[in-house]
Write a protein that binds this ligand. Structure first.
Ligand code: DX5
Ligand code: ZN
Length: 224
C-alpha cells in the first residue's frame, strides 16, 4: 500500500520570503514540497520557473514535487530536472505526446506523473496506468491556476476508479485540501495530499501536517 504523504504547496508561501517558506515546510515535517509552475497560457496565472525549484532544492532536503501547468511541458522537462525536481507532473490536457514526455522524465531519472483537470474524464489517463508510464497520478480538485479555491468533491469518484485499477500507484489530490476534504479524498483512495492555503495559514504548521496525515491514514480506502 502506498504511503500517506502531505505535500504543502509553495504557491501559498510569502513570495517575498520563498526560502523561508521552504524551511517552514521542512520544519513542519512534511513529506514533499509541491511547486506549482504556471505559464499564463495553460492556466491564466504565471508563477514559478526552474530557478525557484533550484532555490527550493538547495534550501531543503525534501523531495521536490513539481506540477507543470504549462502548454508544452516537453520543452521544459530538461530544465526542471536539472533544477532538482524529484517528481515531474504533466497534464493530460497539455499539447504534447504524453508517452514520449513521460518517458523523457524517467530517462532523466525522475518520477513521472500524469495530472487531470476536474472536467477531464478519468478514462483519459487509463493508458498511462495500464502501460505503467507513470509513478503517480494527480487528480485536480480545483480548476488549476490559483490557490485558495473551493474543493470539488465530485472528483473523488475518479480517485476511487483509479485506486481500484492500481493499488501500486501514488494518487495525489490537489486543490482545496483541508481538515474536512482530506477525509473523503483519503476514503476514496488518495494517498498524497497537496495543501497550500490551509497549511500556510496555520500558526502551527507542524501539528496541522501531522493531523492531516493521521486523518488520511484513518480514512484511507474506506469508501472502496
Ligand atoms: C492550483 C495548484 C495547487 C494550489 C493548491 O492550480 O495546482 O497546488 O497551490 O492550493 P490550495 O491548497 O490553497 O487549494
Ligand atoms: Zn499543484
Amino acid at each position: 500500500m502506498p504511503d500517506i504523504q502531505i505535500m504543502p504547496s509553495l504557491l501559498a508561501a510569502d513570495f517575498g520570503h520563498l526560502a523561508e517558506g521552504c524551511h517552514r515546510v521542512e520544519a513542519a515535517g512534511a513529506d514533499q514540497i509541491h511547486v506549482d509552475v504556471m505559464d499564463g497560457v495553460f492556466v491564466p496565472n504565471i508563477s514559478f520557473g526552474p530557478d525557484v525549484v533550484k532555490m527550493s532544492s538547495a534550501a531543503v532536503k525534501l523531495p521536490q514535487n513539481v506540477h507543470l501547468m504549462v502548454t508544452r511541458p516537453q520543452d521544459h522537462i530538461q530544465a526542471f530536472a536539472a533544477a532538482g525536481s524529484d517528481t515531474i507532473q504533466i497534464h493530460i490536457e497539455a499539447k504534447c505526446d504524453v508517452e514520449e514526455t513521460l518517458a523523457m522524465i524517467r530517462a532523466l531519472g525522475k518520477r513521472a506523473a500524469i495530472t487531470l483537470n476536474p472536467e477531464t474524464p478519468v478514462e483519459r489517463v487509463f493508458e498511462c496506468l495500464e502501460k505503467r508510464w507513470v509513478d503517480e497520478v494527480l487528480v485536480m480538485s480545483v480548476h488549476p491556476g490559483f490557490g485558495g479555491q473551493k474543493y470539488i468533491a465530485s472528483v473523488e469518484s475518479k480517485i476511487a476508479t483509479l485506486r481500484r485499477m492500481a493499488d501500486w500507484v501514488d494518487i495525489a489530490i490537489d486543490g482545496g485540501i483541508d481538515d474536512v476534504s482530506v477525509l473523503s479524498a483519503a476514503a476514496a483512495g488518495a494517498n498524497l495530499f497537496v495543501a497550500g492555503s490551509y497549511l500556510f495559514k496555520q500558526d502551527d504548521m507542524k501539528s496541522a501536517v501531522s493531523s492531516l496525515r493521521e486523518m488520511a491514514q484513518e480514512q484511507y480506502c474506506k469508501a472502496l
